[in-house]
Design a protein around this ligand. Structure first.
Ligand SMILES: [Zn+2]
Length: 106
Protein backbone atom coordinates (compact mmCIF):
# COMPACT_ATOMS: atom_id res chain seq x y z
CA UNK A 1 0.00 0.00 0.00
CA UNK A 2 1.41 3.39 -0.98
CA UNK A 3 2.01 5.76 1.88
CA UNK A 4 1.33 9.42 1.48
CA UNK A 5 2.47 12.32 3.59
CA UNK A 6 -0.10 14.92 4.52
CA UNK A 7 0.59 17.88 6.73
CA UNK A 8 -1.45 18.17 9.88
CA UNK A 9 -1.93 20.97 12.38
CA UNK A 10 -1.56 20.54 16.10
CA UNK A 11 -1.06 23.00 18.95
CA UNK A 12 2.49 23.13 20.29
CA UNK A 13 4.25 24.90 23.11
CA UNK A 14 6.84 26.85 21.15
CA UNK A 15 9.38 26.90 23.98
CA UNK A 16 9.11 23.15 24.35
CA UNK A 17 9.60 22.66 20.60
CA UNK A 18 12.60 24.97 20.52
CA UNK A 19 14.28 23.05 23.36
CA UNK A 20 13.96 19.75 21.48
CA UNK A 21 14.25 20.74 17.84
CA UNK A 22 16.84 19.65 15.33
CA UNK A 23 16.84 21.82 12.20
CA UNK A 24 18.29 20.14 9.16
CA UNK A 25 19.90 22.09 6.34
CA UNK A 26 21.49 20.90 3.11
CA UNK A 27 24.23 18.80 4.66
CA UNK A 28 23.94 18.80 8.41
CA UNK A 29 21.69 19.94 11.20
CA UNK A 30 21.72 22.52 13.93
CA UNK A 31 20.26 22.64 17.40
CA UNK A 32 17.39 25.15 17.69
CA UNK A 33 18.07 25.53 21.38
CA UNK A 34 21.74 26.63 21.33
CA UNK A 35 22.41 26.94 17.57
CA UNK A 36 25.18 24.34 17.62
CA UNK A 37 26.06 23.57 13.98
CA UNK A 38 27.25 20.51 12.12
CA UNK A 39 25.02 17.94 13.80
CA UNK A 40 24.52 14.66 11.96
CA UNK A 41 20.75 14.79 11.57
CA UNK A 42 20.39 11.09 10.88
CA UNK A 43 22.32 9.77 13.84
CA UNK A 44 22.21 12.22 16.75
CA UNK A 45 19.86 11.71 19.69
CA UNK A 46 20.81 14.80 21.65
CA UNK A 47 22.79 17.99 21.11
CA UNK A 48 26.53 17.46 21.76
CA UNK A 49 26.83 21.07 22.97
CA UNK A 50 23.81 21.71 25.23
CA UNK A 51 22.42 18.22 25.75
CA UNK A 52 18.97 18.99 24.35
CA UNK A 53 17.19 15.74 23.52
CA UNK A 54 15.74 15.91 20.04
CA UNK A 55 12.05 15.13 19.67
CA UNK A 56 11.23 17.26 16.65
CA UNK A 57 12.88 17.77 13.32
CA UNK A 58 12.36 20.53 10.76
CA UNK A 59 14.03 20.77 7.36
CA UNK A 60 15.02 23.88 5.46
CA UNK A 61 15.11 21.78 2.31
CA UNK A 62 11.37 21.31 2.39
CA UNK A 63 11.04 25.04 1.74
CA UNK A 64 13.85 25.39 -0.77
CA UNK A 65 12.93 22.23 -2.69
CA UNK A 66 9.10 22.20 -2.67
CA UNK A 67 8.92 19.65 -5.48
CA UNK A 68 10.89 17.16 -3.34
CA UNK A 69 8.90 17.92 -0.20
CA UNK A 70 7.15 14.60 0.23
CA UNK A 71 10.17 12.59 -0.85
CA UNK A 72 12.17 14.38 1.84
CA UNK A 73 9.42 13.81 4.38
CA UNK A 74 9.49 10.10 3.58
CA UNK A 75 13.28 9.94 3.92
CA UNK A 76 13.19 11.74 7.27
CA UNK A 77 10.39 9.49 8.53
CA UNK A 78 12.43 6.43 7.53
CA UNK A 79 15.72 7.69 8.96
CA UNK A 80 14.31 9.28 12.10
CA UNK A 81 11.08 7.54 13.10
CA UNK A 82 11.76 8.80 16.64
CA UNK A 83 11.37 12.46 15.64
CA UNK A 84 8.23 14.34 14.71
CA UNK A 85 8.60 16.31 11.50
CA UNK A 86 7.33 19.85 11.85
CA UNK A 87 7.17 22.49 9.14
CA UNK A 88 10.20 24.78 9.29
CA UNK A 89 8.36 27.81 7.95
CA UNK A 90 5.57 27.36 10.51
CA UNK A 91 8.17 27.17 13.26
CA UNK A 92 10.02 30.23 11.98
CA UNK A 93 6.84 32.27 11.70
CA UNK A 94 5.70 31.34 15.18
CA UNK A 95 9.16 31.94 16.65
CA UNK A 96 9.30 35.34 14.91
CA UNK A 97 5.85 36.31 16.19
CA UNK A 98 6.79 35.24 19.69
CA UNK A 99 10.06 37.21 19.58
CA UNK A 100 8.16 40.32 18.47
CA UNK A 101 5.63 39.86 21.28
CA UNK A 102 8.36 39.38 23.87
CA UNK A 103 10.20 42.45 22.58
CA UNK A 104 7.17 44.73 22.70
CA UNK A 105 6.06 43.55 26.12
CA UNK A 106 9.38 44.59 27.74
ZN1 LIG B 1 22.19 22.51 21.59
Amino acid sequence: MAQHYLRTYQPFDLEEVKKNLLIIGDLSGNCASCNELGINAYATQSCPACGAVFKYIASRRLETHPAERFQLARRLAEKRPDLMLIDYQDYQKSAGAKAARDFFSL
